[in-house]
Design a protein around this ligand. Structure first.
Ligand SMILES: Cc1cc2nc3c(=O)[nH]c(=O)nc-3n(C[C@H](O)[C@H](O)[C@H](O)COP(=O)(O)O)c2cc1C
Length: 178
């Protein structure tokens, strides 16, 4: 029997200032060592912010699992990732008539927050759970035919010890290598 084809993973990195990042930069660098994995930093690819839609769509088509690696900014994705969504996930490609390019792919979110996990609760500082706040992304995955995997979140990133960050990176790599 033929061995199953290996799953190709695209890690889309969206951070407005990666050199100043602790968490995202660490994970992006670690993911670069994985097989069958393309790490694609949006800020490095498009320093002027002008996204090549055809290049981005080609990358999506070439991979089976799409990872969004980003810091949690204002209860959402950073603006560069939102711009990427607006421009790349268009009618006829990602949804609508003929828009089946992403069907069956997996969408994996890897993010980190400043707030501790306890703050993401109805009675917590932020008033909503992470699952509630991620509803627009769940709806996006739904519309585009992607399976949204359980998000990997490092809560309290700013105060996380090096050891906690290391454990989180191990979890992330294990997930991506699976
Ligand atoms: C512009 C901006 C907005 C942020 N918004 C949030 C937020 O809504 N909730 C939260 O818990 N942390 C928020 N943070 C904290 C970041 O999520 C945190 O610093 C980041 O995950 C750390 O990752 P990094 O080292 O890769 O930058 C924000 C930080 C910045 C700079």
């Amino acid at each position: 029997m033929e061995p199953a084809p290996r799953r190709r993973t695209l890690v889309l990195v969206a951070h407005p200032d990666l050199p100043a990042s602790r968490v995202t930069a660490h994970l992006a660098e670690a993911a670069g060592a994985l097989e069958d994995t393309t790490v694609h930093d949006l800020a490095a690819a498009y320093p002027d912010g002008r996204i090549s839609v055809t290049d981005e769509q080609r990358l999506l088509v070439e991979h089976d699992r799409i990872v969004w690696l980003f810091p949690w900014h204002w209860y959402s994705v950073p603006s560069a990732l939102k711009a990427w969504m607006d421009q790349v996930l268009v009618y006829g490609f990602a949804y609508g008539a003929g828009g089946t390019a992403l069907h069956g792919k997996e969408l994996q979110l890897v993010t980190s927050t400043g707030g501790p996990e306890s703050s993401y609760a109805p009675d917590g500082h932020n008033g909503f759970t992470m699952g509630e706040l991620l509803a627009p992304i769940a709806a996006t995955a739904n519309l585009t035919g992607m399976r949204l995997a359980e998000p990997l979140v490092l809560f309290g990133a700013r105060t996380a010890s090096d050891e906690e960050l290391g454990l989180h990176a191990e979890r992330c790599l294990a997930l991506l290598a699976a």
